[in-house]
Design a protein around this ligand. Structure first.
Ligand code: NCD
Ligand code: ZN
Ligand code: ZN
Length: 343
């Protein structure tokens, strides 16, 4: 056990950066922590064309502070009628993946896919082009219990999809259950998964301790302790199928602390600190670098980063909130003291 960790510069394989003033507020946080990040396309309206992705990338780059090197990796939002030939245009401009949101599953998913079979021509083109599909893996049928939505997605959506597209690269995003961890661990090399820091650190009690705590509400929702333990096991196993994706998802404080609170935890401000805490608690400091800095790049077929970052066992007290355009933004663990800090 050591009090200092030196890692190859890490990447975030799943982040929400929003747009406009919100984008200006959060890009510096992600750029301070990560060399690259896969930027989710769930803007309003969603990013559905190569041209829109290029314009969005320019807006992100313009928000990166002087002297900081940060590369946003762009994605398109899969819809029922995204033309298959958009895949090649997207690939040409450097788009790295498409994102599948089942319609109604999460924040800004109204334009999402109503039936995955409607997208088969596009998935065919993606498989041919080696373009990964990133999935928000939850069913949306109202009769399915909220806590079961991910496990049911595996059986009813993912297994049939995989059978029809055996060589489509699929990233099962922000997995939250033992079932998902097991599915990915047993799958072939075309399947990977991201795991958030908050799903490694918290179980669903966090949402309800001492009253409803909306800053712990995200989708897929936090699960029971057995699931958290399975995620920790997967992330610290050394398996290259599992890699870092914060799913940092900023919403203004007034919409989080609201009668129908928005889903999403804002972790970008201290992402590596939170992951270091989780890996350290599991006695797996030595597994953090593969998870944070190697396996995602390898899965996407991108070069690993050069350069290093350091984390030290040293208290870090998070601010109560940060500016977010005209509003404020509360990081997860606002005002609390974390045991690790990036130096
Ligand atoms: C994300 C968001 O706010 O964009 N929210 C969340 O709870 N994770 C959407 C998503 O990743 O599902
Ligand atoms: Zn999602
Ligand atoms: Zn997300």
């Amino acid at each position: 056990m050591t009090d200092t960790l030196t890692l190859t510069r890490p990447d975030d394989w799943h982040v929400h950066l929003r747009d406009g003033d919100a984008l200006q507020a959060v890009v510096p946080h992600t750029a301070a922590q990560f060399a690259r990040a896969i930027v989710m396309p769930n803007l309003r309206p969603p990013v559905t064309t190569a041209v829109q992705a290029v314009a969005y990338r320019e807006r992100i780059l313009a928000a990166v502070p002087q002297g900081v090197s940060f590369t946003p990796l762009m994605t398109l939002y899969l819809t029922d009628n995204l033309p298959a030939d958009e895949i090649l245009r997207a690939k040409d401009v450097g788009v790295v993946a498409l994102k599948l949101y089942p319609a109604g599953a999460t924040t800004n998913s109204d334009a999402g896919v109503t039936d995955v079979r409607k997208t088969y021509a596009t998935l065919e083109a993606m498989q041919r082009a080696g373009m990964p599909l990133l999935v928000h893996g939850e069913v949306t049928a109202p009769e399915i219990d909220l806590f079961d939505r991910e496990a049911v997605f595996i059986d009813t959506q993912l297994i049939p999809l995989r059978k029809d597209f055996p060589e489509l690269k699929i990233v099962f995003e922000h997995i939250t259950t033992r079932e998902a961890a097991q599915y990915v661990a047993e799958a072939d090399r075309f399947t990977g998964a991201t795991i958030t820091a908050h799903h490694l650190l918290y179980n669903r009690n966090a949402i309800f301790t001492g009253g409803i705590r909306p800053h712990y509400y995200c989708l897929p929702v936090l699960k029971r302790e057995v699931h958290r333990l399975a995620l920790v096991q997967a992330a610290t196993s050394g398996s290259d199928r599992f890699f870092l994706g914060t799913d940092s998802a900023p919403h203004p404080t007034h919409l989080k602390e609201h009668a129908s609170s928005c889903a999403g935890c804002y972790t970008a401000l201290s992402a590596m600190e939170l992951y270091a805490q989780a890996f350290d608690a599991a006695g797996a400091q030595d597994k953090l670098e593969g998870f944070a800095s190697f396996f995602g790049a390898d899965f996407y077929g991108l070069p690993r980063n050069t350069g290093t970052v350091n984390l030290r066992r040293e208290n870090l007290t998070l601010p109560e909130s940060v500016a977010f355009g005209d509003a404020t933004l509360k990081p997860l663990c606002a005002g609390e003291t974390l045991p690790w800090r990036m130096v």
